[in-house]
Design a protein around this ligand. Structure first.
Ligand code: FAD
Ligand code: UDP
Length: 396
Protein backbone atom coordinates (compact mmCIF):
# COMPACT_ATOMS: atom_id res chain seq x y z
CA UNK A 1 0.00 0.00 0.00
CA UNK A 2 1.28 3.50 -0.82
CA UNK A 3 2.42 5.44 2.18
CA UNK A 4 2.02 9.12 2.90
CA UNK A 5 3.43 11.17 5.72
CA UNK A 6 1.70 14.47 6.34
CA UNK A 7 3.37 17.05 8.52
CA UNK A 8 0.70 19.20 10.20
CA UNK A 9 -2.75 18.29 11.49
CA UNK A 10 -4.29 21.66 10.59
CA UNK A 11 -7.11 21.94 8.08
CA UNK A 12 -4.74 21.52 5.14
CA UNK A 13 -3.06 18.38 6.50
CA UNK A 14 -6.29 16.86 7.82
CA UNK A 15 -8.15 17.35 4.53
CA UNK A 16 -5.31 15.83 2.53
CA UNK A 17 -5.03 12.94 5.01
CA UNK A 18 -8.70 12.07 4.70
CA UNK A 19 -8.76 12.23 0.91
CA UNK A 20 -5.70 10.01 0.48
CA UNK A 21 -6.93 7.59 3.15
CA UNK A 22 -10.29 7.28 1.36
CA UNK A 23 -8.28 6.48 -1.78
CA UNK A 24 -6.50 3.55 -0.10
CA UNK A 25 -3.24 5.18 1.03
CA UNK A 26 -1.79 4.53 4.49
CA UNK A 27 -1.46 7.96 6.02
CA UNK A 28 0.57 9.06 9.02
CA UNK A 29 -0.11 12.61 10.23
CA UNK A 30 2.40 14.16 12.58
CA UNK A 31 2.08 17.42 14.45
CA UNK A 32 4.32 19.00 17.02
CA UNK A 33 1.40 20.41 18.97
CA UNK A 34 -0.68 18.53 21.51
CA UNK A 35 -3.80 19.27 19.53
CA UNK A 36 -5.13 18.73 16.04
CA UNK A 37 -6.80 21.49 14.01
CA UNK A 38 -3.77 23.79 13.73
CA UNK A 39 -4.78 27.37 14.36
CA UNK A 40 -8.47 26.59 14.03
CA UNK A 41 -8.37 24.42 17.19
CA UNK A 42 -10.99 25.20 19.84
CA UNK A 43 -12.17 23.74 23.14
CA UNK A 44 -14.93 24.24 25.67
CA UNK A 45 -13.67 25.71 28.95
CA UNK A 46 -14.91 24.82 32.43
CA UNK A 47 -17.61 27.50 32.23
CA UNK A 48 -18.93 26.22 28.92
CA UNK A 49 -17.37 28.88 26.66
CA UNK A 50 -16.00 27.78 23.31
CA UNK A 51 -12.46 29.19 23.32
CA UNK A 52 -10.26 29.52 20.25
CA UNK A 53 -6.77 29.73 21.78
CA UNK A 54 -5.05 30.53 18.47
CA UNK A 55 -7.33 33.41 17.56
CA UNK A 56 -10.88 33.98 16.31
CA UNK A 57 -11.89 31.67 13.45
CA UNK A 58 -15.11 32.09 11.47
CA UNK A 59 -15.91 29.81 8.56
CA UNK A 60 -17.04 31.44 5.33
CA UNK A 61 -16.80 30.41 1.70
CA UNK A 62 -18.21 30.77 -1.78
CA UNK A 63 -16.87 27.34 -2.68
CA UNK A 64 -19.74 24.85 -2.74
CA UNK A 65 -17.36 21.89 -3.01
CA UNK A 66 -15.52 22.92 0.17
CA UNK A 67 -18.76 23.45 2.05
CA UNK A 68 -20.08 20.06 0.93
CA UNK A 69 -16.82 18.31 1.81
CA UNK A 70 -16.79 19.78 5.33
CA UNK A 71 -20.50 19.07 5.74
CA UNK A 72 -19.57 15.37 5.77
CA UNK A 73 -17.83 16.03 9.07
CA UNK A 74 -19.93 18.62 10.83
CA UNK A 75 -23.38 20.10 11.12
CA UNK A 76 -23.47 23.85 11.06
CA UNK A 77 -24.86 26.80 12.94
CA UNK A 78 -25.65 29.93 10.95
CA UNK A 79 -23.39 32.77 11.98
CA UNK A 80 -22.80 36.04 10.15
CA UNK A 81 -19.78 37.85 11.48
CA UNK A 82 -19.89 41.57 12.27
CA UNK A 83 -16.99 43.74 13.35
CA UNK A 84 -16.86 47.24 14.79
CA UNK A 85 -13.87 49.56 14.80
CA UNK A 86 -13.13 51.86 17.69
CA UNK A 87 -12.12 55.00 15.84
CA UNK A 88 -12.63 57.43 18.69
CA UNK A 89 -13.08 57.11 22.42
CA UNK A 90 -16.80 56.44 22.22
CA UNK A 91 -17.24 55.90 18.52
CA UNK A 92 -17.67 52.40 17.18
CA UNK A 93 -18.30 52.13 13.45
CA UNK A 94 -18.82 49.11 11.20
CA UNK A 95 -15.85 47.50 9.47
CA UNK A 96 -15.77 47.11 6.49
CA UNK A 97 -16.31 50.86 6.41
CA UNK A 98 -19.78 51.44 4.92
CA UNK A 99 -22.42 54.13 4.50
CA UNK A 100 -23.47 53.72 8.15
CA UNK A 101 -19.90 54.48 9.25
CA UNK A 102 -19.81 57.47 6.90
CA UNK A 103 -23.02 58.86 8.43
CA UNK A 104 -21.81 58.19 11.97
CA UNK A 105 -18.59 60.11 11.47
CA UNK A 106 -19.62 63.06 9.30
CA UNK A 107 -22.48 65.58 9.31
CA UNK A 108 -25.53 64.55 7.27
CA UNK A 109 -24.71 67.13 4.62
CA UNK A 110 -21.06 66.15 4.30
CA UNK A 111 -21.87 62.42 4.33
CA UNK A 112 -24.36 62.88 1.47
CA UNK A 113 -21.83 64.88 -0.53
CA UNK A 114 -19.14 62.23 -0.07
CA UNK A 115 -21.57 59.44 -0.91
CA UNK A 116 -22.49 61.16 -4.18
CA UNK A 117 -18.85 61.78 -5.07
CA UNK A 118 -18.03 58.14 -4.32
CA UNK A 119 -20.85 56.98 -6.58
CA UNK A 120 -19.71 59.29 -9.38
CA UNK A 121 -16.14 58.02 -9.21
CA UNK A 122 -16.60 54.36 -8.28
CA UNK A 123 -20.15 53.54 -9.41
CA UNK A 124 -22.61 51.56 -7.34
CA UNK A 125 -20.68 48.33 -7.66
CA UNK A 126 -19.19 46.09 -5.04
CA UNK A 127 -16.57 47.00 -2.47
CA UNK A 128 -13.92 49.62 -3.21
CA UNK A 129 -10.32 48.89 -2.28
CA UNK A 130 -8.86 51.49 0.09
CA UNK A 131 -5.79 51.40 -2.16
CA UNK A 132 -7.92 52.62 -5.07
CA UNK A 133 -9.82 55.09 -2.91
CA UNK A 134 -6.68 56.91 -1.79
CA UNK A 135 -5.59 57.36 -5.41
CA UNK A 136 -8.56 59.68 -6.07
CA UNK A 137 -7.68 63.11 -7.43
CA UNK A 138 -10.88 64.76 -6.25
CA UNK A 139 -9.75 66.93 -3.25
CA UNK A 140 -12.89 66.34 -1.17
CA UNK A 141 -12.79 62.58 -1.76
CA UNK A 142 -9.05 62.59 -1.12
CA UNK A 143 -9.64 64.13 2.30
CA UNK A 144 -12.23 61.44 3.07
CA UNK A 145 -10.03 58.64 1.72
CA UNK A 146 -7.11 59.84 3.84
CA UNK A 147 -9.38 59.88 6.89
CA UNK A 148 -10.48 56.28 6.30
CA UNK A 149 -6.94 55.17 5.49
CA UNK A 150 -5.55 56.69 8.69
CA UNK A 151 -8.38 55.77 11.03
CA UNK A 152 -9.23 52.27 9.80
CA UNK A 153 -6.22 50.89 7.99
CA UNK A 154 -2.89 52.52 8.68
CA UNK A 155 -2.41 52.19 12.44
CA UNK A 156 -4.12 48.79 12.63
CA UNK A 157 -1.90 47.47 9.85
CA UNK A 158 1.24 48.90 11.41
CA UNK A 159 0.35 47.09 14.65
CA UNK A 160 -0.52 43.88 12.82
CA UNK A 161 2.41 43.68 10.41
CA UNK A 162 5.07 46.01 11.76
CA UNK A 163 5.46 47.47 8.26
CA UNK A 164 3.57 50.10 6.26
CA UNK A 165 0.53 48.87 4.29
CA UNK A 166 2.09 50.04 1.01
CA UNK A 167 4.92 47.54 1.53
CA UNK A 168 2.49 44.63 1.74
CA UNK A 169 0.93 42.79 -1.16
CA UNK A 170 -2.24 44.73 -2.10
CA UNK A 171 -4.32 41.59 -1.49
CA UNK A 172 -3.91 42.18 2.26
CA UNK A 173 -5.76 45.53 2.34
CA UNK A 174 -8.20 44.25 -0.28
CA UNK A 175 -9.48 41.66 2.21
CA UNK A 176 -11.37 44.53 3.85
CA UNK A 177 -13.06 46.78 1.27
CA UNK A 178 -15.05 50.01 1.67
CA UNK A 179 -18.73 49.55 0.89
CA UNK A 180 -21.02 52.01 -0.82
CA UNK A 181 -23.96 50.27 0.82
CA UNK A 182 -25.11 49.53 4.35
CA UNK A 183 -23.58 46.02 4.18
CA UNK A 184 -22.33 45.43 7.72
CA UNK A 185 -21.24 41.80 7.54
CA UNK A 186 -17.49 41.17 7.62
CA UNK A 187 -17.82 38.55 4.89
CA UNK A 188 -20.21 38.42 1.97
CA UNK A 189 -19.65 34.75 1.02
CA UNK A 190 -22.63 32.55 0.34
CA UNK A 191 -21.85 30.04 3.09
CA UNK A 192 -21.25 31.59 6.51
CA UNK A 193 -21.44 29.16 9.40
CA UNK A 194 -19.72 27.89 12.51
CA UNK A 195 -19.28 24.13 12.91
CA UNK A 196 -22.00 23.13 15.35
CA UNK A 197 -19.67 21.28 17.73
CA UNK A 198 -16.61 23.39 17.01
CA UNK A 199 -13.59 23.22 14.70
CA UNK A 200 -11.76 20.65 16.82
CA UNK A 201 -14.66 18.22 16.56
CA UNK A 202 -14.87 18.80 12.80
CA UNK A 203 -11.15 18.16 12.25
CA UNK A 204 -11.24 15.17 14.58
CA UNK A 205 -14.03 13.70 12.42
CA UNK A 206 -12.00 14.37 9.26
CA UNK A 207 -9.06 12.47 10.75
CA UNK A 208 -11.18 9.59 12.08
CA UNK A 209 -10.41 6.95 9.47
CA UNK A 210 -8.89 3.46 9.84
CA UNK A 211 -6.06 4.30 7.42
CA UNK A 212 -5.01 7.47 9.28
CA UNK A 213 -2.46 7.26 12.10
CA UNK A 214 -1.94 10.37 14.16
CA UNK A 215 1.23 11.25 16.04
CA UNK A 216 1.01 14.41 18.10
CA UNK A 217 3.83 16.12 20.02
CA UNK A 218 6.17 15.02 17.25
CA UNK A 219 8.34 17.63 15.55
CA UNK A 220 9.06 16.75 11.91
CA UNK A 221 12.53 18.22 12.34
CA UNK A 222 13.41 15.37 14.65
CA UNK A 223 12.10 12.67 12.32
CA UNK A 224 12.41 13.82 8.72
CA UNK A 225 15.49 14.84 6.77
CA UNK A 226 15.94 15.80 3.13
CA UNK A 227 19.14 15.33 1.14
CA UNK A 228 20.07 15.00 -2.54
CA UNK A 229 16.52 14.49 -3.76
CA UNK A 230 15.81 11.82 -1.15
CA UNK A 231 13.50 11.86 1.86
CA UNK A 232 14.70 10.18 5.07
CA UNK A 233 12.47 9.20 7.99
CA UNK A 234 14.30 8.38 11.22
CA UNK A 235 17.46 7.95 9.14
CA UNK A 236 15.96 5.50 6.63
CA UNK A 237 15.15 6.37 3.04
CA UNK A 238 11.39 6.85 2.62
CA UNK A 239 9.93 5.97 -0.76
CA UNK A 240 6.42 7.22 -0.04
CA UNK A 241 4.99 10.71 -0.36
CA UNK A 242 5.62 13.60 2.03
CA UNK A 243 3.11 16.42 2.32
CA UNK A 244 4.52 19.24 4.37
CA UNK A 245 2.43 22.04 5.88
CA UNK A 246 5.02 23.61 8.21
CA UNK A 247 7.48 26.46 7.54
CA UNK A 248 9.38 25.63 4.37
CA UNK A 249 12.54 27.55 5.26
CA UNK A 250 12.84 25.38 8.36
CA UNK A 251 12.39 22.21 6.28
CA UNK A 252 15.39 23.16 4.15
CA UNK A 253 17.59 24.35 7.01
CA UNK A 254 17.18 28.03 5.97
CA UNK A 255 19.55 27.50 3.04
CA UNK A 256 17.88 30.27 0.98
CA UNK A 257 17.40 32.61 3.94
CA UNK A 258 14.88 33.06 6.72
CA UNK A 259 11.24 33.64 5.82
CA UNK A 260 9.65 36.04 8.28
CA UNK A 261 6.26 35.23 9.80
CA UNK A 262 4.10 37.28 12.11
CA UNK A 263 3.22 35.87 15.49
CA UNK A 264 0.55 36.81 18.01
CA UNK A 265 0.25 37.04 21.76
CA UNK A 266 -3.19 36.45 23.24
CA UNK A 267 -4.30 37.89 26.55
CA UNK A 268 -7.42 36.17 27.84
CA UNK A 269 -9.62 37.86 30.44
CA UNK A 270 -12.85 36.83 32.13
CA UNK A 271 -15.19 39.75 32.63
CA UNK A 272 -17.97 39.86 35.20
CA UNK A 273 -20.74 40.79 32.81
CA UNK A 274 -22.87 38.94 30.27
CA UNK A 275 -21.79 41.18 27.39
CA UNK A 276 -18.49 43.06 27.21
CA UNK A 277 -18.71 44.75 23.83
CA UNK A 278 -21.27 45.40 21.11
CA UNK A 279 -19.81 43.00 18.53
CA UNK A 280 -18.01 39.66 18.61
CA UNK A 281 -14.89 41.48 17.43
CA UNK A 282 -13.93 45.10 18.01
CA UNK A 283 -10.91 46.35 16.08
CA UNK A 284 -8.76 49.01 17.76
CA UNK A 285 -7.86 50.86 14.61
CA UNK A 286 -6.30 53.98 16.16
CA UNK A 287 -5.60 53.34 19.84
CA UNK A 288 -4.08 50.69 22.15
CA UNK A 289 -1.31 48.20 21.51
CA UNK A 290 -3.62 45.30 20.77
CA UNK A 291 -5.26 45.04 17.37
CA UNK A 292 -8.61 43.58 18.36
CA UNK A 293 -10.72 42.18 21.17
CA UNK A 294 -12.80 39.06 20.55
CA UNK A 295 -15.67 38.07 22.80
CA UNK A 296 -16.17 34.33 22.28
CA UNK A 297 -19.70 34.01 23.63
CA UNK A 298 -20.89 36.18 20.75
CA UNK A 299 -19.88 33.42 18.32
CA UNK A 300 -21.83 30.82 20.20
CA UNK A 301 -24.77 33.09 21.10
CA UNK A 302 -24.91 31.80 24.67
CA UNK A 303 -24.84 34.75 27.07
CA UNK A 304 -23.89 33.76 30.62
CA UNK A 305 -23.17 35.73 33.81
CA UNK A 306 -19.51 36.05 32.83
CA UNK A 307 -17.86 36.47 29.46
CA UNK A 308 -14.39 35.65 28.10
CA UNK A 309 -12.53 38.08 25.88
CA UNK A 310 -9.13 37.92 24.23
CA UNK A 311 -6.88 40.82 23.32
CA UNK A 312 -4.58 40.18 20.36
CA UNK A 313 -1.07 41.61 20.12
CA UNK A 314 0.99 41.05 16.96
CA UNK A 315 4.71 40.24 17.35
CA UNK A 316 7.63 39.12 15.20
CA UNK A 317 7.94 35.33 14.95
CA UNK A 318 10.88 33.85 16.81
CA UNK A 319 11.66 30.18 16.20
CA UNK A 320 10.92 27.90 19.17
CA UNK A 321 9.65 30.92 21.15
CA UNK A 322 6.25 31.56 19.59
CA UNK A 323 4.01 30.40 16.74
CA UNK A 324 4.23 31.51 13.09
CA UNK A 325 0.65 32.63 12.47
CA UNK A 326 0.85 34.74 9.32
CA UNK A 327 3.18 34.75 6.32
CA UNK A 328 4.16 38.36 5.58
CA UNK A 329 3.19 38.93 1.96
CA UNK A 330 5.83 41.22 0.45
CA UNK A 331 7.64 41.04 -2.88
CA UNK A 332 10.95 40.21 -1.20
CA UNK A 333 9.47 37.41 0.88
CA UNK A 334 7.72 35.90 -2.13
CA UNK A 335 11.05 35.85 -3.99
CA UNK A 336 12.71 34.00 -1.10
CA UNK A 337 9.79 31.59 -0.94
CA UNK A 338 10.06 30.91 -4.68
CA UNK A 339 13.63 29.62 -4.09
CA UNK A 340 12.29 27.09 -1.59
CA UNK A 341 9.50 26.08 -3.97
CA UNK A 342 12.12 25.44 -6.62
CA UNK A 343 14.23 23.46 -4.16
CA UNK A 344 11.19 21.33 -3.24
CA UNK A 345 10.82 20.34 -6.91
CA UNK A 346 14.10 18.40 -6.59
CA UNK A 347 12.18 15.94 -4.44
CA UNK A 348 9.83 13.89 -6.59
CA UNK A 349 7.43 12.95 -3.79
CA UNK A 350 7.48 16.11 -1.72
CA UNK A 351 4.51 18.50 -1.78
CA UNK A 352 4.19 21.82 0.01
CA UNK A 353 0.69 22.61 1.25
CA UNK A 354 -1.04 25.06 3.57
CA UNK A 355 -0.58 28.55 4.87
CA UNK A 356 2.96 28.19 6.15
CA UNK A 357 4.57 25.99 3.50
CA UNK A 358 3.06 27.82 0.52
CA UNK A 359 3.58 31.16 2.29
CA UNK A 360 0.09 32.31 1.33
CA UNK A 361 -2.32 34.31 3.49
CA UNK A 362 -5.20 31.91 2.95
CA UNK A 363 -8.48 31.37 4.78
CA UNK A 364 -9.70 27.98 5.96
CA UNK A 365 -11.81 27.35 2.85
CA UNK A 366 -8.81 27.89 0.57
CA UNK A 367 -6.71 25.60 2.79
CA UNK A 368 -9.32 22.87 2.23
CA UNK A 369 -9.62 23.68 -1.49
CA UNK A 370 -5.85 23.52 -1.99
CA UNK A 371 -5.70 20.14 -0.26
CA UNK A 372 -8.45 18.89 -2.59
CA UNK A 373 -6.52 20.21 -5.61
CA UNK A 374 -3.32 18.55 -4.42
CA UNK A 375 -5.12 15.24 -3.97
CA UNK A 376 -6.54 15.54 -7.50
CA UNK A 377 -3.19 16.36 -9.05
CA UNK A 378 -1.29 13.58 -7.25
CA UNK A 379 -3.87 10.85 -7.89
CA UNK A 380 -5.08 12.15 -11.26
CA UNK A 381 -8.62 11.61 -9.98
CA UNK A 382 -11.36 14.17 -9.59
CA UNK A 383 -12.80 14.38 -6.11
CA UNK A 384 -16.10 12.51 -5.90
CA UNK A 385 -17.83 13.59 -2.72
CA UNK A 386 -20.18 10.61 -2.85
CA UNK A 387 -17.27 8.35 -1.93
CA UNK A 388 -16.34 10.31 1.18
CA UNK A 389 -17.89 8.58 4.15
CA UNK A 390 -19.89 10.89 6.39
CA UNK A 391 -18.18 10.94 9.78
CA UNK A 392 -19.97 12.88 12.50
CA UNK A 393 -20.80 12.25 16.12
CA UNK A 394 -22.97 9.16 16.23
CA UNK A 395 -22.61 8.45 12.50
CA UNK A 396 -20.40 5.39 12.95
P1 FAD B 1 -2.12 25.66 10.34
O1 FAD B 1 -3.46 25.79 10.96
O2 FAD B 1 -1.07 26.66 10.71
O3 FAD B 1 -1.55 24.20 10.71
C1 FAD B 1 -0.22 23.83 10.49
C2 FAD B 1 0.11 22.72 11.47
O4 FAD B 1 1.41 22.22 11.17
C3 FAD B 1 0.13 23.20 12.89
O5 FAD B 1 -0.71 22.38 13.70
C4 FAD B 1 1.60 23.05 13.31
O6 FAD B 1 1.77 22.68 14.66
C5 FAD B 1 2.07 21.95 12.39
N1 FAD B 1 3.51 21.98 12.16
C6 FAD B 1 4.23 23.02 11.68
N2 FAD B 1 5.54 22.69 11.64
C7 FAD B 1 5.65 21.42 12.09
C8 FAD B 1 6.73 20.54 12.31
N3 FAD B 1 8.00 20.90 12.04
N4 FAD B 1 6.48 19.31 12.82
C9 FAD B 1 5.21 18.93 13.12
N5 FAD B 1 4.13 19.74 12.95
C10 FAD B 1 4.35 20.97 12.45
N6 FAD B 1 -9.46 31.59 8.29
C11 FAD B 1 -10.78 31.69 8.06
O7 FAD B 1 -11.30 31.10 7.11
N7 FAD B 1 -11.59 32.44 8.89
C12 FAD B 1 -11.11 33.09 9.97
O8 FAD B 1 -11.86 33.75 10.70
C13 FAD B 1 -9.71 33.00 10.24
N8 FAD B 1 -9.19 33.64 11.29
C14 FAD B 1 -7.85 33.50 11.56
C15 FAD B 1 -7.33 34.13 12.70
C16 FAD B 1 -6.00 34.00 13.01
C17 FAD B 1 -5.45 34.66 14.24
C18 FAD B 1 -5.15 33.23 12.17
C19 FAD B 1 -3.69 33.08 12.50
C20 FAD B 1 -5.65 32.60 11.04
C21 FAD B 1 -7.01 32.73 10.73
N9 FAD B 1 -7.57 32.09 9.63
C22 FAD B 1 -8.91 32.21 9.37
C23 FAD B 1 -6.73 31.28 8.72
C24 FAD B 1 -6.72 29.81 9.11
O9 FAD B 1 -6.14 29.64 10.37
C25 FAD B 1 -5.91 29.06 8.07
O10 FAD B 1 -6.39 29.26 6.77
C26 FAD B 1 -5.93 27.56 8.27
O11 FAD B 1 -5.89 27.23 9.62
C27 FAD B 1 -4.75 26.99 7.56
O12 FAD B 1 -4.57 25.66 7.91
P2 FAD B 1 -3.15 24.98 7.71
O13 FAD B 1 -3.37 23.55 8.01
O14 FAD B 1 -2.60 25.33 6.39
O15 FAD B 1 -2.18 25.68 8.78
N1 UDP C 1 -7.25 45.82 8.37
C1 UDP C 1 -7.17 47.08 8.87
N2 UDP C 1 -8.17 47.53 9.69
C2 UDP C 1 -9.22 46.77 10.05
C3 UDP C 1 -9.29 45.47 9.55
C4 UDP C 1 -8.27 45.02 8.72
O1 UDP C 1 -6.22 47.80 8.59
O2 UDP C 1 -10.09 47.24 10.81
C5 UDP C 1 -6.16 45.35 7.48
C6 UDP C 1 -4.98 44.81 8.30
O3 UDP C 1 -3.79 45.05 7.60
C7 UDP C 1 -5.30 43.34 8.37
C8 UDP C 1 -5.85 43.09 6.96
O4 UDP C 1 -6.62 44.28 6.68
O5 UDP C 1 -4.16 42.57 8.65
C9 UDP C 1 -6.71 41.88 6.81
O6 UDP C 1 -7.75 41.91 7.77
P1 UDP C 1 -8.45 40.58 8.26
O7 UDP C 1 -9.53 40.98 9.20
O8 UDP C 1 -8.82 39.78 7.09
O9 UDP C 1 -7.28 39.89 9.08
P2 UDP C 1 -7.23 38.50 9.87
O10 UDP C 1 -8.59 38.23 10.45
O11 UDP C 1 -6.79 37.49 8.86
O12 UDP C 1 -6.20 38.76 10.91
Amino acid sequence: MEKIIIVGAGLSGATAARLFAENGYDVTVIDKRENIGGNAYDYVDKNGFVIQPYGPHIFHTDKKEVFEFLSKFTDWRKYEHKVLAKVRKDKLVPVPFNLTALRQLFSAEKAEKIENLLREEFGDGKGISILDLIKTTNPELKEFATYVYKNIFFIYSMKQWGIKPENLDCSVMNRVPVYLTEEDRYFTDEYQFMPKDGFHEMVSNILRHPRIKLKLKTDANNVIALADGKIYVKGKEFDGTLIYTGCVDELFGYKHGVLPYRSLKFKFETKKCSSYQRAAVVNYTVSNKYTRITEFSKFTCEPKDNTVVVKEYAKPYKRNKNIPYYPIPTGKNHLTHALYEKEAKNYKNLYLLGRLATYKYINMDVAVMNAIKLYESVTGEELDLEFIKETKKGSN
